[in-house]
Write a protein that binds this ligand. Structure first.
Ligand SMILES: N[C@@H](CCC(=O)N[C@@H](CS)C(=O)NCC(=O)O)C(=O)O
Length: 220
């Protein structure tokens, strides 16, 4: 099967799909577009107008979680836990994790009031994750799973923001999440899921948005 992932370099949802494709050693081509100004061929095949979109031969698969599940389904090694309850709980927390991108967006773009509310909401959600996280290295313990890939783009962006500021969004109050974030960000498939220099692009994006977060940037 020929796979082509339609992508946008800064997109955290694309990143999730790439991590699973890489972790499962699946061959795929990648095509970058700007979803804010998409080419006509993309508009014709995309039901939502959003990336990621996976072309599998002549079929179109959309939604990052579905693309990730598909990549897992066509692989020998299942990256979900075997136990149905555990798997269902993982899927529920994956869905929960997607809502964190709303707070991240508001943190990067909002004025001081929006930033403050988004930070409070983000940390309330993170506290819930902290309370259910296994004490092992990854979410379920020793093995990297689908859920770890789902959280990776969040932890990567939080670590960039902490590096660019005086730890404005430090995870230090969450000991489980701090260790989990470190373990996830050390995985090759995670490190290789973004283009070289994308952290600089993220920094410039924060500056360009001129939100409250841009006032917290310390010069690199
Ligand atoms: N629920 C979608 C969200 C994807 C998404 O928001 N992609 C953004 C880029 S990061 C996009 O394509 N935005 C263009 C638009 O919404 O028109 C998924 O998980 O795949």
């Amino acid at each position: 099967m020929k796979l082509e992932l339609i992508s946008f370099k800064l997109c955290p949802f694309v990143q999730r799909a790439i991590i699973i494709l890489k972790k499962q050693n699946i061959d795929y081509d990648i095509t970058f577009i700007n979803p804010m100004d998409p080419p006509d061929w993309f508009k014709e095949i995309s039901p939502t107008g959003q990336v990621p979109l996976l072309k599998a031969d002549d079929e179109v698969i959309f939604e990052s979680s579905v693309i990730s599940e598909f990549a897992n389904d066509i692989s020998k090694n299942d990256l979900h836990p075997n136990d149905p309850i555990q798997k269902a709980k993982n899927r529920a927390w994956i869905q929960f994790s997607s809502s964190l991108f709303d707070e991240l967006f508001n943190l990067v773009t909002g004025d001081k009031d929006t930033y403050t509310k988004a930070k409070k909401s983000l940390f309330e959600k993170l506290a819930k994750v902290e309370s259910v996280k296994d004490k092992g290295v990854f979410f379920n313990g020793a093995d990297f799973a689908m859920i770890d890939a789902a959280f990776a783009p969040i932890f990567m962006r939080l670590s960039w923001i902490n590096e660019f500021t005086d730890n404005a969004l430090s995870l230090s109050e969450f000991s489980n999440l701090s260790a989990w974030s470190e373990a996830i960000l050390a995985i090759d498939a995670v490190k290789d899921s973004v283009s070289e220099g994308i952290d600089d692009v993220y920094y410039s994006n924060i500056e360009a948005r001129e939100g409250y977060l841009s006032t917290l940037l310390v010069d690199e």
